[in-house]
Design a protein around this ligand. Structure first.
Ligand code: PLP
Length: 397
């Protein structure tokens, strides 16, 4: 098959033509610094303001509650560090889930070195946070409860509304990382009740290197990036005007096509899951088996007796791009922290592959991938001494 098949949309997506076309004039013709006071600057700042308005409207926020960042990672870092630093009078305690993105977990680790105290909410075998456990660990000095809206690896959609309620009842702020959910789920920050929310553009067919943090008016947060007066003095650095324009356009389109894409992408995913479970022995679907409770594009499997990387490379040779664990941790041979938190034994966590579908994928590609998986798994298991020992066990563990 000559065509390359891309099943890694949770890692990133291709830039859509509409966003590219909207961005182009801002590279060459409208090149002013959005902070300049002359006509060039005014034209640039108008584009940034329009982009901010579009994004704010779609997430149910006010424009002055949306701050552009360099992406989801910066937004996560800023939310966590900024809230804790600004609210030290209340305390130094915060709570997050153990299945957060590395951007959150690494920031939490760094903060712990500085004397902040982090507790983790328990998650169940499908990746849902345990609300009752949250109620037992939240304290008077808890400043923030943070949880992703949907998990990037296994697709679990978390009960953020309930988490926000518990946080607020205990006088804490609620943060959500909506990087994987933006443009896919119907997100309204007021409805969710969150105080802060991270967003990223490149997961929704927008440009890379741009994202945003929603900060509810009145919420105290310190700067992460110090500099000039950009972003109402909250985030220094010359604004990447074309990127803000592209991000807003990509989100506008994602929002417009949301229901249609949700239906289409989940139909690909559902067929894929059904076929893999029926046709590949010794395979486990990670994340919710109730498919309505996971992101529509996500299918994550552990293939017993095989390393995820071996399947990844076999599929790559067949022209199919997938991810083992999360893209950010590829290159590391550590088993996925998400799967370990879900209680998977190390062996199964090592044999995991994430397939994430997109609006340009087809059913033919799904069927081709299933055939290639079957071939790869059979070939790799023939080489596995462990597999030979246990042949005859029950299927679909
Ligand atoms: N949060 C989640 C849940 C993600 O999936 C990602 C990217 O993989 C990020 C944050 C980081 O976003 P960005 O790539 O824009 O820095």
């Amino acid at each position: 098959m000559e065509k390359q098949i891309y099943f890694d949309h949770a890692a990133t997506t291709p830039l859509c033509k509409e966003a590219l076309e909207k961005m182009l004039p801002y590279f060459t013709e409208v090149y002013g610094n959005a902070n300049s006071q002359h006509a060039f600057g005014r034209e640039a700042v108008k584009a940034v303001d329009d982009a901010r308005d579009t994004i704010a409207k779609i997430i149910g926020a006010k424009p002055n509650e949306v701050y552009f960042t360099s992406g989801g990672t910066e937004a996560d870092n800023w939310a966590l560090r900024g809230i804790l630093k600004a609210n030290e009078k209340k305390g130094k305690h915060f709570i997050i889930s153990p299945i957060e993105h590395a951007a959150m977990l690494s920031t939490a680790k760094d903060l712990q070195k500085e004397g902040y105290v982090c507790d983790f909410m328990k998650v169940d075998a499908d990746g849902f946070v345990d609300l009752e456990h949250l109620k037992t660990i939240i304290r008077k000095d808890t400043v923030l409860v943070g949880c992703m809206l949907a998990n990037n690896e296994v697709g679990t959609i978390e009960p953020i509304k309930e988490i926000a309620k518990i946080a607020h009842e205990n006088g804490a702020y609620c943060f959500t990382d909506a990087v994987q959910a933006l443009g896919v789920l119907d997100i309204d920050v007021k409805e969710l009740g969150v105080d802060l929310m991270s967003m990223s553009s490149h997961k929704i067919y927008g440009p890379k290197g741009i994202g945003a943090l929603y900060v509810k008016n009145g919420v105290k947060i310190t700067n992460l990036v110090f500099g000039g007066h950009q972003e109402r003095t909250k985030r220094g650095g010359t604004t990447n005007v074309p990127a803000t324009v592209g991000f807003a356009e990509a989100l506008r389109i994602a929002n417009e096509e949301r229901e249609q894409n949700f239906k289409y992408v989940s139909s690909l995913r559902d067929r894929f899951i059904k076929r893999v479970l029926a046709e590949v022995p010794f395979v486990k679907l990670n994340g919710p088996s109730d498919l309505t409770k996971r992101l529509p594009a996500n299918a994550d499997f552990s293939f017993r007796f095989i390393e995820g990387e071996s399947i990844l490379f076999s599929l790559d040779l067949a022209g199919i791009a997938v991810s083992s664990g999360s893209a950010c941790s590829s290159g590391s041979l550590e088993p996925s922290h998400v799967l370990l938190s879900l209680g998977l034994p190390e062996g199964l966590a090592h044999g995991s592959i994430r397939f994430t579908f997109g609006k340009h994928n087809t059913m033919e590609e799904v069927d081709y991938a299933v055939e290639e998986i079957k071939k790869a798994v059979e070939r790799l298991r023939k080489m596995s001494p462990l597999f030979k020992e246990v042949q005859g066990e029950v299927k679909n563990v």
